[in-house]
Design a protein around this ligand. Structure first.
Ligand SMILES: Cc1ncc(COP(=O)(O)O)c(C=O)c1O
Length: 426
């Protein structure tokens, strides 16, 4: 045996950044249990994945039934019922002309697929993405990612033809801040198109409606509308990365709906199958046709068990009105956090729509982001029985991602624990 392997976890690569070092054994509803049998209120949801909590009866029943029927064929061999059914159902949640689905296994994979599709159908090389964005870890996805230097450093040269432009940064104080921030970022983009790459050479603009890993930074609606206008003018594909924001997380089924724009392609992942690996690129049939048969593919993408879970997820969200629940409970969560922030100088901004909320921690003396404090806070919250995460360049934002069917009482419980953690670290 290798000398360095003393316990089973030593066999795992240390490359993965881990928020916690507990060992998780079981999940039940909105609680996770560790190997000491301790329960935690799970407001991390496996990084915005288990939107319906753990062991959801309907999702589990769909998974069990499909496991007994058929686990794998590969979509390259033909058609499989739950896969086609989910494509229809997913497209039905999106506005026209977004009606055709390519299934993959992860968010990163659909970002790759979207970038490849955009280049192939447009015959143009350029890809524009935004400062502070996160789209995944493969070479293509890392090339459009800039939320943290660690995701890029040592991997250069990354994909050529990628240009990063400013993402709107909204200051807390001014009421007209979102519009001003949107206009400034659009001006920076127009400048990029006037000086570094002509719009006629750009295949796609890729944007998160709310930057998740980058620190829960919502794009003002005016920004997304401005991007749509620039794309329309120059025949550029607007690709929206809804991997973290999609599937009701923001109090909308899709976060872009809040801006009243229709993208050319939507990247879906994370919560679509409540924990089974599944992701989707949705775009108009005409774009998929022009992309061309055999131009892309996947052995595992669109696994029937994951798709059966996806159908149960969409049914549950519709029947239990969970888009509305996410909006209502999200308003309650943000209100509670803002009330806390009112007399807490260590909190800068509370931001984010629905159940995707970030609490920016700052050093009250300097007003600078305080990642150490945010990290200490989530550790203390876990000790007190609440799981929340961090986000942001310096991990300075405490990120709340409660389940979509969270109750008012659970929101209160989470807020109470957070208040206690702040006091304990005071
Ligand atoms: C917005 C966004 N895009 C893409 C990804 C990559 O998804 P995955 O980790 O499933 O590959 C993530 C993951 O956090 C994400 O938040």
């Amino acid at each position: 045996m290798d000398q360095t392997i003393e316990t089973p976890i030593d066999a795992l690569s240390p490359i993965l950044g881990r928020y916690f070092t507990r060992t998780w054994v079981r999940g039940e509803g909105h609680r996770l249990f560790d190997d000491a049998g301790r329960a935690y209120l799970d407001f991390a949801c496996g990084i915005a994945v288990t939107g319906l909590g753990h062991g959801h009866p309907r999702v589990n029943a769909a998974i069990h039934a499909q496991v007994d029927r058929l686990v794998h064929v590969s979509n390259g061999l033909g058609f499989i019922e739950p896969v086609s059914d989910l494509a229809v159902r997913l497209a039905a949640t999106l506005p026209a002309p977004l009606d055709t689905v390519f299934f993959a296994n992860s968010g990163t994979e659909v970002i790759e697929a979207a970038l490849k599709m955009a280049r192939r159908v447009s015959g143009r090389p350029g890809i524009i993405a935004f400062d502070g964005g996160f789209h995944g870890r493969t070479f293509g996805a890392a090339s459009v990612t800039s939320s943290n230097l660690n995701y890029r450093a040592g991997y250069e040269p990354l994909l050529p033809g990628v240009y990063l432009s400013a993402f709107p940064r909204v200051e807390a104080s001014a009421t007209d801040a979102p519009e001003q921030a949107a206009e400034a970022a659009l001006a920076a983009l127009r400048d990029l198109l006037a000086t570094r790459i002509p719009a006629t050479s750009v295949a796609s603009i890729l944007v998160e409606p709310v930057q998740g890993e980058g620190g829960v930074n919502p794009a003002p609606p005016a920004f997304l509308r401005g991007l749509r206008a620039i794309c329309d003018e120059a025949g550029i594909l607007l690709i929206v990365d809804e991997v973290q924001t999609g599937i009701a997380r923001t109090g909308w089924m899709w976060a872009f709906e809040a801006a009243n724009v229709v993208p050319d392609a939507v990247c879906v992942g994370k919560a679509i199958a409540n924990g089974l690996p599944l992701a989707a690129l949705v775009a108009a049939r005409e774009l998929h046709d022009r992309w061309g048969r055999g131009a892309h593919g996947s052995t595992f993408g669109g696994n029937p068990v994951a798709c059966a879970a996806g159908l149960a997820v969409l049914d549950t969200i519709a029947e239990e009105d969970l888009v509305v629940n996410a909006a209502v409970r999200g308003t309650g969560l943000s209100a509670g956090l803002r009330a806390l922030a009112a007399d807490e100088p260590r909190i800068g901004q509370v931001r984010g729509p629905g159940l995707m909320v970030g609490v920016e921690m700052i050093d009250p003396g300097t007003g600078q982001p305080d990642g150490e404090l945010a990290n200490a806070l989530i550790a203390r919250c876990a000790d007190l029985g609440l799981l929340v995460l961090t986000a942001g360049r310096q991990h300075e934002v405490v990120r709340w991602l409660p389940p979509l069917d969270v109750t008012a009482a659970e929101i209160e419980e989470g807020l109470g624990i957070f208040r206690q953690a702040l006091d304990d670290l005071g």
